[in-house]
Design a protein around this ligand. Structure first.
Ligand code: 5AD
Ligand code: SF4
Length: 483
């Protein structure tokens, strides 16, 4: 264990040195040209990727790049997702456009990273069809970005574009390199990784193959980061992991996710704690009790169901039944009565019959989810489900998908009305993106509310009267206003 810690510290120092070296180069170029180089990151996929993009952004800013919101930049990075096939296709589509931009600006750098790059076939395709890409790296070595940039800049000799491509991909790692630069999107809320990777191997899912085995961060490192964040004005943290309920199982001594939450709860200044994602099979009674007793843990749980059919859940390798799931929801609601429960559901998993699908609809009805992400099953090469017989016809899957959407809309509209005409605490997050005379805030249960108010309120938790439910959001008034 100690050895790994040392390796990680040495690596962090090495990378910080390279960042400083590049900064000197970029600074002198700035003196020469009077212009700072720009970068743009396009992030696909989940919150883990968003968090990774903050790390990438932190390194680039430290080197001397400034951020721009278009792809007409000196350095464009795509942080990719591969959980479903269409995520890959979107990346290929956009790479064609980047190639055109690079023709106009041959000094432009293009990097692709993230989950899709952990798949050999995707990397081969990029090497073949998009040779103008400069850097390819994966999910395990983001901390090396400065080193990869330096290698690419020093490697201008190859006669062909593809010979200059720098590719650094790791199959898996036990390294967790701490204390590198970081660029938070919001000053008052922050994502904090607590566990990387996934050991569950749900039979449809590519994540364990591209994110590697579970690795928990040390408790002390997490707490130190959260204390620093709190000192820096952060009041809400979102703890991130593919399966947060597995936190601490591979640490020595072991520690539970519930105990981690209790430690975080003690950090002064942190007022809200969120986490995702939870796997139903690992959500302990201890966690439910801690949530029930907590003043800071938000009243929201994202609890992916995937299917309501016990038969399919078994084939999916989810390790719970329909009844287990319903029982879990009942226990959670008993401890935390006003909790909002959201979920992920896959439609059209191989072999799904109408009866299986009706089991899913039954759970939707019984639980009354506040909202759900619904997905058409997507075949991922390399996963056990990809070679299963009985792939469901697209037409049938789409028809079920639409029925499911209707059921979810009905249950979310019902759930959304629950807090209408009450006063709730709201974290004011930003100016409304559609109407800049309004502010947007978030309830503890993750619902949004729009209201008129002073921009100085952004970043504060204030009481807001929920005047009207609009199904997916509320219209409100701060309580010292008129209502
Ligand atoms: N097809 C469709 N949806 C999938 N998910 C994961 N893998 C697949 C797949 N092959 C969904 C699951 C998971 C969410 C992040 O993505 O519902 O919870
Ligand atoms: Fe994929 Fe299952 Fe791991 Fe979630 S728990 S990331 S669905 S393998």
């Amino acid at each position: 264990m100690k050895n790994i810690d040392n390796t990680n510290e040495i690596e962090a120092k090495k990378q910080l040195n390279i960042i400083n070296e590049l900064k000197e180069r970029y600074d002198s170029e700035y003196v020469r040209t009077g212009r700072r180089k720009t970068y743009h990151i396009e992030t696909f996929g989940c919150q883990m990727n968003s968090r990774d993009s903050e790390k990438i952004s932190g390194i680039l800013k430290q080197i001397g790049y400034i951020e721009t919101d278009t792809e007409d930049a000196d350095f464009v990075l795509y942080n990719t997702c591969t959980v479903r096939e269409n995520a890959n296709n979107r990346v290929y589509g956009r790479l064609g456009y980047l190639g055109m931009l690079k023709k106009k600006n041959p000094d432009m750098l293009i990097a692709i990273c993230g989950c899709m790059m952990q798949e050999t076939t995707a990397v081969e395709k990029i090497k073949r069809s998009y040779p103008f890409v400069d850097i390819i790296f994966g999910t395990h070595n983001i901390f090396k970005l400065a080193q990869l940039i330096r290698t690419r800049l020093d490697n201008n000799n190859g006669s062909k574009q593809s010979e200059r491509m720098v590719i650094d991909l790791w199959k898996d790692t036990d390294m967790i390199v701490e204390n590198l630069p970081n660029d938070r999107k919001y000053p008052f809320k922050a994502g904090v990784n607590i566990i990387f990777g996934c050991n569950n191997f749900c039979s449809y899912c590519i994540v364990p193959y591209v994110r590697g085995r579970e690795r928990s961060r040390n408790l002390e490192d997490i707490l130190a980061e959260i204390k620093l964040l709190a000192d820096d004005g952060v009041i809400e943290v979102m703890l991130l992991g593919q399966n947060v309920n597995s936190y601490g199982k591979n640490l020595n001594p072991q520690i539970s996710f519930a105990s981690l939450l209790q430690e975080i709860e003690k950090v002064n200044g942190i007022e809200r704690i969120r986490f995702m994602t939870s796997h139903p099979k690992d959500l302990s009674q201890e966690l439910i009790d801690v949530m029930g007793a907590s003043k800071k843990i938000c009243k929201h749980l994202h609890l992916p169901l995937q299917s309501g059919s016990s038969r399919l859940l078994k084939i999916m390798n989810r390790k719970y039944t329909k009844e287990d799931y319903l029982d879990l929801v009942a226990r959670i609601r008993k401890s935390v009565p006003d909790i909002s429960i959201t979920t992920d559901i896959i439609v059209g998993f191989p072999g799904e019959t109408e009866e299986d699908f009706m089991e899913t609809m039954d759970v939707v009805k019984k639980v009354g989810f506040d909202s759900a992400f619904t997905f058409l099953y997507s075949k991922r090469t390399g996963t056990p489900a990809a070679t299963m017989d009985d792939q469901v016809e697209e037409e049938i899957a789409k028809e079920r998908f639409n029925r499911l959407l209707d059921a979810i809309s009905e249950s979310s509209a019902k759930a959304a009305g629950r807090d209408e005409h009450s006063v709730v605490d709201v974290l004011v997050e930003e100016v409304n993106s559609q109407n800049d005379s309004l502010l947007t805030g978030r309830l503890s249960n993750n619902m949004l509310v729009h209201f008129e108010g002073d921009r100085d309120l952004i970043g504060k938790i204030i009481p807001v009267y929920l005047k009207e439910s609009k199904g997916f959001y509320y219209i409100g008034t701060p309580v010292d206003g008129e209502y």
